[in-house]
Design a protein around this ligand. Structure first.
Ligand SMILES: [Fe+2]
Ligand SMILES: [Fe+2]
Length: 478
């Protein structure tokens, strides 16, 4: 009976009941996950009822139920998208061969590393955001951040499932280590740079969701092409959750843009900071920062690792199936932007080693579409300002531009010019102080902080003044 009860708490479609070894491994891991959640999850709201959606199946129409849940009681589950009958590997040397139901011995190390790297970002973002509940701009936003947090927790479960089900003892050790590292910790940091940055305020949070979480979407989309079928199916389902995270980021920034425009019109001034808003130049600085650190996540422009992942069928391209070429890329080239002397040039390089750059370009195009929608909001207010993505080489730490100083408009600049203009291009101490002053919690249902416009609609058809999080006296006394 204990098993049944336990399975009730881990919704899954992987037939956990049938595999005793795996069940036992997850049983051992679960309490440690919950300890981690209590210690590193959203601070101050663990006892509150939150209006959350929970995955209960993988059916695109009916996978989510909405209900009141205390976060530590969220039903973190294991879901793989339905198998595709006779799925074949779509690229590389094994193109056309059946997908692998198990990990091929020769790809074990590579797959483990890819899964661990992806898995590490999931708890990292929860850790980065754990303080933000205290300064929420509305109950609607509070609920949304908690939704994102529990789903990142579920993504950790998804990766841990793969590690424990397919990688034996190594996998169990990695699953443990995923709970040991901490974002920003000097001794045990998270694996990737952007996931050790601070997310101190809600502007940074929305920017993070838009730019950094979107890297996750692109990594998942290319892992969804993997020849390793369980990984493919896991990522396919994770992407359905990721769509909401993208939504939170884009609409969050969009609502700040809208509020900035309203304040500009109302006060006939560009500097809306004085009127309790976030002005457009400051938004631009935050775009510059979050975009550039996120570009680094795609790795070096030229990478033999990336080529090997592709050739061996481990990791494909974004929308591999929709691309109209030979899916082997032995003969093709791809334009890569690089530094040459004092200039930025574009060169045709062998397509296989340029796969990181190609994924980064797909990502950039996606970011640009979001920025265009923000600009449409500005335009609707009759304001003549455009937000821009800075040049690819701006403020980069990894790859061809890692050593150079490049301006947002793509000029290689001297150290002196960089120092002189840094505060024009990147967030400043003053920005952070201004934001800190704005971050006053707004917890009355239907009310929104002055610096952000309300969304156009509520969650799951609920009104804007719905009590998305049930707060108690204890929350308010703080
Ligand atoms: Fe995630
Ligand atoms: Fe996400």
């Amino acid at each position: 009976m204990a098993d049944v009860d336990y399975l009730d708490r881990i919704p899954n479609n992987v037939n956990l009941k049938e595999s005793r070894r795996l069940l036992r491994a997850l049983e051992e891991w679960q309490p440690r996950f919950l300890e981690w959640w209590q210690e590193m999850g959203p601070e101050g709201f663990q006892a509150n009822q939150v209006y959350l959606r929970t995955a209960v199946s993988v059916d695109p129409q009916g996978w989510a139920v909405f209900d009141w849940v205390k976060m530590p009681e969220y039903r973190w589950g294991i879901f793989l998208a339905e198998p595709e009958a006779d799925r074949r590997i779509g690229f590389g040397d094994h193109r056309g061969q059946p997908a692998w139901p198990e990990v091929p011995g020769e790809h074990r190390g590579t797959l483990r590393r890819l899964i661990v790297t992806q898995g590490d970002t999931e708890p990292a973002s929860v850790e980065q955001q754990r303080q933000l509940g205290r300064t929420c701009p509305s109950l609607y936003d509070l609920r949304n951040i908690f939704q994102v947090n529990v789903e990142e927790g579920r993504h950790l479960w998804a990766m841990v499932y793969l590690l424990q089900a397919y990688f034996g003892r190594d996998g169990r050790e990695e699953a443990e280590a995923l709970l040991q590292r901490r974002s920003g910790d000097r001794d045990k940091p998270r694996i990737l740079g952007a996931f050790n940055e601070k997310t101190p305020d809600w502007l940074s949070y929305f920017m993070f969701c838009f730019f950094t979480d979107r890297d996750g979407k692109y990594q998942l989309a290319s892992l969804q092409e993997s020849g390793f079928d369980p990984l493919s199916r896991t990522c396919r389902f994770m992407l359905t959750e990721e769509a909401h995270h993208m939504f939170v980021g884009e609409t969050g920034v969009g609502r700040i843009v809208q509020r900035a425009c309203e304040l500009m019109r109302e006060h006939r001034a560009d500097d809306v900071g004085r009127h309790g808003g976030i002005d457009l130049p400051m938004l631009q600085r935050y775009i510059n920062f979050h975009y550039s650190v996120s570009l680094d996540l795609f790795g070096s422009e030229i990478s033999t690792n990336a080529a090997n992942y592709y050739t061996t069928g481990v990791k494909g391209r974004y929308e591999e199936g929709k691309k109209d070429d030979d899916h082997r890329l032995q003969e093709s080239t791809y334009p890569v932007t690089a530094l040459e002397g004092d200039g930025v040039v574009t060169r045709e390089m062998p397509a296989l080693v340029a796969l990181n750059e190609r994924l980064r370009d797909d990502y950039i195009a996606d970011c640009q579409r979001g920025v265009d929608r923000w600009n449409a909001i500005i335009k609707r207010h009759g304001i003549d300002v455009e937000l821009r993505l800075p040049h690819k080489g701006f403020h980069r730490a990894i790859g061809a531009f890692g050593e150079a100083r490049v301006s947002p408009d793509g000029r290689v600049v001297t150290e002196a010019e960089w120092t002189a203009r840094r505060d024009e291009w990147l967030p400043t101490e003053k920005d952070a102080t201004h934001l800190a002053g704005l971050m006053i919690p707004m917890i009355e249902p239907g009310k929104f902080a002055n610096w952000i416009a309300p969304p156009s609609r509520g969650i799951n058809g609920q009104p804007l003044d719905f009590e998305y999080v049930k707060l108690s006296r204890r929350n308010e006394e703080r």
